[in-house]
Write a protein that binds this ligand. Structure first.
Ligand code: NDP
Length: 333
């Protein structure tokens, strides 16, 4: 099969789509003929080396396609799918390939009416958004929530879910064009950030309040290094900072004493630990598909890229180049 298998971490040139062995599913595993794989910012960390990985490593952390084989002992009745079914999977690597190996506990049969393209658009970022607004900070009706990079793939889903819950959403982004997209996704207010912009002042005007009562109840921040310090000012007393990514670089170490003046909480969640068991994955994924079916979550695809060396490289150039909004997909079959 063709697969985007890295031999080493490094700059874009380590990306090579090459001939590779079709993997064999073992205990607790399923082999999927990949139709679409989702592109995520994490692919760039895994390629570049922010996250250290054993080599060789096949890129790609989610896919949707058709089940072609089940591992030894996998009971179709208990896992809920069989050979021939269309499924979506959240994987630890391996999905930028014609065949993807996934664990049965993080694979789900697609409900009727959900295409493999929709499922690949949704599964990783959708589960991230849903689990984070429940478990990293439980978003409640009436709360002020700030989403950094609100026009991005995850950002747009977070805005939609928070606004569906009834929170008052403030988004930040870099351009007017992206601001419009964040508004369409449910951000009531969008503030442009960057050099010379007073994001904190604008947020205080919106939320009102005095002293440490000014600001938002929670910040969801995938930008990382560039916005981390600002997040502490954006939050009101007892607020929660959910630092969830490194788009501008990893957040540097900080002193816990920094939390004291407003009794803030900081958490740094990773999706996998919220959908770790089959029960967690299936219950969140089922709810996610239902939310989409009810029309509360609209999917936006920025573009499709082929499973070629150039295609994968281009997807990483685009996502790191801040040119995208919405989801990037690798069209495999
Ligand atoms: P996005 O589509 O949101 O792309 C990243 C966006 O970040 C850019 O479009 C850009 O938006 C903004 N950005 C700000 N500064 C920079 C910079 N210096 N370089 C590049 N981009 C910058 O990507 P994703 O939706 O895939 O991911 C968003 C974040 O969520 C990432 O940090 C990712 O790692 C994280 N994530 C974390 C998960 C977890 O389990 N913890 C799971 C999934 C995603 P703008 O132009 O508006 O500034």
């Amino acid at each position: 099969m063709q697969a985007c298998q890295l031999q080493e971490q490094g700059d874009l040139d380590v990306i090579q789509v090459r001939e590779a062995e079709v993997p064999t599913p073992g205990k607790g595993q399923v082999l999927i003929k990949t139709e679409y794989a989702g592109v995520n910012f994490i692919d760039t960390y895994q390629r570049g080396g922010i996250y250290k990985l054993p080599m060789p490593w096949t890129l790609g952390n989610e896919c949707a396609g058709e089940v072609v084989a089940l591992g030894e002992g996998v009971d179709p009745t208990s896992v809920g799918f069989n050979v021939g079914d269309k499924v979506a999977a959240y994987t630890a690597g391996g999905s930028f390939a014609q065949y993807t190996l996934a664990t049965t506990k993080q694979t789900i049969k697609l409900p009727s009416g959900v295409s493999t393209k929709d499922a690949a658009t949704l599964i990783l970022q959708g589960l991230t958004a849903l689990t984070f607004v429940r478990e990293a900070h439980e978003v409640k009706k009436g709360q002020w929530i700030l989403v950094q990079a609100a026009a991005g793939g995850l950002g747009r889903l977070l805005c939609q879910l928070c606004s569906h819950i009834g929170a008052k959403v403030i988004g930040t982004t870099s351009t007017e064009e992206k601001a419009q997209l964040a508004k369409e996704a449910g951000a009531e207010h969008v503030i442009l950030y960057g050099e010379g912009r007073d994001v904190v002042g604008e947020v205080y005007k919106l939320t009102g309040g005095e002293g440490i009562e000014r600001g938002v109840h929670a910040v969801f921040d995938g930008v990382g290094k560039d916005t981390f310090d600002m997040d502490f000012d954006l939050l009101r007393r007892k607020g929660t900072l959910v630092t969830l990514g490194n788009a501008s670089g990893p957040v540097p170490p900080f002193a816990p004493l920094k939390l004291g003046p407003k009794n803030l909480k900081v958490c740094r969640p990773v999706l996998n630990q919220y959908v770790y068991t089959a029960e967690e994955f299936h219950s969140y994924a089922t709810e996610l598909f239902e939310i989409v079916k009810q029309g509360h979550l609209k999917l936006a695809v920025h573009g499709e890229y082929p499973l070629t060396t150039e295609g994968i490289k281009q997807s990483q150039i685009d996502i790191t180049g801040r040119k995208t909004s919405g989801k990037l997909l690798i069209k495999v079959a």
